[in-house]
Design a protein. Structure first.
Length: 758
């Protein structure tokens, strides 16, 4: 059958019109739109400006991916004020995703589903946004599982300030240009929508969440637990109302009363969540004495939990910092009900706090002052007050023991700590020591980071546990993280350094999967398949090993050759003349560096080797994967009986940028290098050798053309104890003991053994 000529002509005309419209749309998409952002996010004209921008994009917006089209269309419609159309678009998108999302956790898309529906109701029913949003929330959120509701509320409670700052930054970046490409405009629409939505519902979420919690959970914030010696501990719990049968309990024992509570998160994952506080904190009674009672007190809490009707008698402990220390303190003599512990960023008294490598840190004085001042105040990190204190003490030249007097707040506890500079019985009583690790026969999960100060403590617990218990069930997961990663989450960059996508995982959720495996019989997370599970920076891959030693196939030995190379000396694969040496002089009485602080970024062009000597290889001809713990031997002559040293490693890229392979540096007091319990002084004026074994682990692929860099230095900074080398009590030494500078000759047969996988 032939098509009539008029019909063919009409069809051709329509087709031409479609092509013209499509070409016009594509051209409009490629064009830059006139755009003049307001001076401030809070400007009264901001909504109108953004509404105008969205309105101009809507008629021409095209996208081949239907899901992406509907997602962006709904954002444009919301900003343009077409609320019912936006809700229809989100419903269409949700229907399209229904099968694909079945069985998956709730997604952040629901944030905008709730907002769009509320805006549609507000417009159609002529009610306030608060009424519309509350109606929408109550119709949707109570039907979610505990875990999905917890995740959603966590997203909804994100502070508005972050969205406001992002929008202001976006406005500032575009202000001088006067126009904006469509793709950038859509990104800006989303930035504005996020801010506008969050500032609208943020005042409502808290009350709605509390209302939902009363239906989902049973909670008690005023639990009192009496210890055998008469102290009264304060605790709180949150547990699911359904199911009613006894459940395993996850316990956090902490001294940090003001930190965010994880009890509800535990309940959302199907556990009873209990948070107990060290004696004297919260509503508890007793003297606040960090570290000295936690083992016994945590055991008292565990025994109390096991006797409650809601408990099935199985308790797991979790937490970071002080809470992680309390887990190991309890495990020193583990009660029967303690079945597992999961730690991250732990403290190990006498090992990494109040000193690291037997060098005292002023942050310990700051911390003990904060946590003992009141029942609720905790250490909030360094502030200008504490920086000034460090510098005042440093420039005064007074003995480190007098730091509290400089501050005007004497500390009996800090003085007690200074009286125990070695890892003696005072510290050994707090956590498992040597054969006591053999008693720890429960599963342990340790999460650590190459860029966390706590890595020293994490590796101490891990290595000692496996050393004294050949059947130890402790799993280590370590990657490019810092100590705050579990609180903040893994981000694509860390202090300026890109993080491999493979390492950007939900570590908190991984911890719960591990607890499900141990306490509920669930599957073991695949990522935790071996004793040591580590991400190799630069490869975007996780690797698995039976121990830190088997992370690599051996070690490459690099000698500290005095020959010049680059901006330092040569780090050579060949041993040079044993009589050649690199000379180093450090004036411990010099205070011109009082304001020096380590660089914040992990990547930079300035090495800033403070009181250090730099050694670097020639550019590598083959890739080199470094994975594990480094060690070495220092052959040297020094004019002192002791010295505090640091060693750190970098990759020097062909571009001239240095990347730290771990941070902070490995620090140690020479007289304790081989034995943290007993001090062995150096021979002043004698040539001698010193073996060291790093307590910091790393893994990175160093590419062809890069150089491996080792910095060896004398530890001298305003926020740490200064070792003047007299051989006496370091905390009692003063600037008067530093009149003669430290003079060291580093001989060329000194070396560093780097774990290599090539």
């Amino acid at each position: 059958m032939k098509t009539p000529r008029r019909q063919r002509r009409t069809f051709a005309t329509s087709l031409l019109a479609c092509w013209v419209l499509m070409l016009w749309s594509l051209q409009a998409s490629a064009q830059e739109l006139d755009f003049h952002p307001p001076a401030s996010v809070s400007d009264a004209m901001t909504p109108a400006v953004m509404r105008d921008l969205a309105g101009r994009i809507l008629p021409v917006y095209q996208e081949s991916d239907t899901d992406r089209y509907l997602t962006n269309l709904s954002a444009l419609q919301l900003v343009a004020g077409n609320y019912q159309a936006a809700w229809d678009a989100r419903k269409s998108l949700r229907e399209r995703r229904r099968k694909a999302d079945a069985g998956r956790p709730v997604s952040k898309a629901m944030i905008y589903d709730l907002y769009a529906q509320a805006k549609a109701i507000e417009t159609a029913d002529h009610v306030s946004f608060a009424q519309a949003y509350s109606l929408t929330y109550r119709a949707v959120v109570p039907k979610l599982s505990d875990l999905d509701a917890f995740a959603l509320v966590g997203w909804l409670e994100t502070p508005v300030a972050g969205f406001q700052d992002a929008l202001q930054k976006a406005f500032d970046q575009r202000r001088a240009k006067g126009n904006i490409p469509q793709a950038d405009a859509i990104d800006l629409i989303w930035t504005y929508l996020s801010f506008d939505a969050y500032r609208s519902f943020a005042p409502l979420v808290g009350a709605l969440d509390a209302e939902g919690d009363r239906a989902r959970y049973a909670s008690d914030d005023n639990i009192q637990i009496k210890t055998p010696d008469g102290a009264m501990l304060s605790a709180r719990l949150v547990r699911p109302r359904v199911p009613a049968e006894p459940l395993p309990t996850l316990l956090k024992f902490t001294i940090d009363v003001d930190e965010p509570s994880f009890a509800k998160e535990c309940a959302a994952h199907g556990y009873v969540g209990v948070i107990a506080y060290a004696r004297g904190k919260g509503q508890g009674a007793g003297e606040i004495v960090p570290f000295e009672h936690e083992g016994d007190d945590a055991r008292s809490v565990i025994e109390w939990i096991a006797m409650q009707p809601w408990s099935n008698g199985r308790v797991g402990m979790y937490g970071a910092g002080y809470a992680a220390f309390a887990e190991w303190a309890a495990a020193k003599r583990p009660p029967a009900a303690l079945k597992a512990i999961a730690t991250w960023a732990p403290m190990a008294p006498g090992v990494d706090v109040p000193m690291t490598g037997n060098i005292f840190h002023s942050s310990a004085y700051r911390w003990v002052t904060a946590v003992t001042e009141s029942k609720s105040s905790d250490d909030k990190g360094p502030s200008e007050e504490w920086r000034k204190l460090d510098q005042s003490w440093y420039t005064s030249g007074r003995p480190y023991r007098e730091l509290p007097q400089v501050h005007g707040k004497p500390s009996r506890l800090f003085t007690r700590w200074l009286n125990h500079p070695s890892y003696d019985r005072y510290w050994q009583k707090m956590i498992p020591y040597r054969n006591e690790f053999a008693r720890v026969d429960i599963p342990v999960l340790t999460i650590a980071g190459y860029y966390g100060r706590s890595e020293v403590a994490a590796l101490y617990y891990f290595t000692q546990h496996h050393r004294y218990n050949t059947r130890a069930d402790q799993t280590l997961l370590i990657g490019p993280y810092d100590d705050d990663v579990m609180q903040r989450g893994v981000t694509p960059t860390l202090r300026g350094m890109p993080v491999d996508p493979a390492a950007v995982i939900d570590l908190r959720e991984l911890q719960y999967l591990w607890f499900d495996h141990v306490l509920k019989g669930g599957a073991r997370p695949e990522l935790l398949r071996s004793r040591v599970n580590f991400e190799v920076m630069g490869t975007n891959e996780w690797r698995h090993a039976s121990s830190p030693e088997t992370m690599s196939r051996g070690a490459l030995r690099f000698y500290l050759d005095p020959k010049l190379a680059g901006d330092g000396h040569l780090l050579s694969g060949r041993k040079g003349a044993s009589t050649a040496f690199t000379r180093q002089t450090v004036n411990l009485a010099d205070r011109s560096d009082a304001s020096w602080t380590p660089p914040a970024s992990l990547v930079g062009r300035d090495l800033q080797s403070h009181n250090g000597v730099t050694f670097m290889t020639e550019p590598l001809r083959r890739p080199l994967e470094l994975s594990g713990l480094f060690s070495g031997r220092l052959d040297f002559k020094i004019n002192k009986q002791d010295v505090d040293l640091y060693v750190t490693l970098y990759e020097l890229l062909p571009s001239g940028e240095y990347i730290q392979l771990f941070d902070p540096p490995y620090e140690f007091r020479a007289s304790y290098a081989g034995d943290r319990v007993h001090r062995h002084l150096l021979g002043a004026g004698e040539r001698q050798q010193l073996l060291f074994h790093s307590e910091r682990l790393t893994s990175r692929k160093v590419e062809v053309g890069s150089r491996l860099v080792v910095v060896l230095g004398v530890n001298k900074r305003s926020d740490q104890e200064i070792n003047y080398g007299t051989g006496g009590d370091v905390s009692a030494e003063s600037i008067a003991d530093g009149k003669v500078p430290v003079r060291i000759q580093w001989y060329g047969d000194s070396y560093v053994d780097v774990p290599a996988h090539r």
